[in-house]
Design a protein around this ligand. Structure first.
Ligand code: SF4
Length: 90
């Protein structure tokens, strides 16, 4: 099964407020790292070249936090109770 199809089987209940936010200024290396490390591809540049995190599809794996840390991420925590990812097994 392709990764995109597997991810689409998850159930998401996005919170109103982002649980991951970025520092205002990031280097090209930091952006490239975030784009590469996120298994769901949630760090994407807009037409103006500004990187955004599409937190609604977050898998809560923590990879971006481990790799980029607080030099790139201003905030990282799990979404509030009752929101975020629900994994579906089987
Ligand atoms: S916690 Fe995982 S899925 Fe969520 S934004 Fe970071 S790398 Fe992507």
């Amino acid at each position: 099964m392709p990764v995109s199809e597997s991810l689409a089987r998850n159930c998401y209940h996005p919170a109103d407020k982002a649980h991951i936010t970025l520092r205002p200024v990031l280097s090209d290396e930091q952006i490239a790292l975030l784009e590469k490390i996120c298994p769901a591809g949630l760090f994407r540049r807009d037409a103006a070249g500004k990187v955004n995190v599409h937190f609604q599809g977050c898998l809560e794996c923590g990879s971006c936090r481990l790799v980029a840390g607080d030099t790139a991420l201003a905030e990282w925590h799990h979404p509030p109770s009752g929101t975020g990812l629900t994994l579906r097994f089987g």
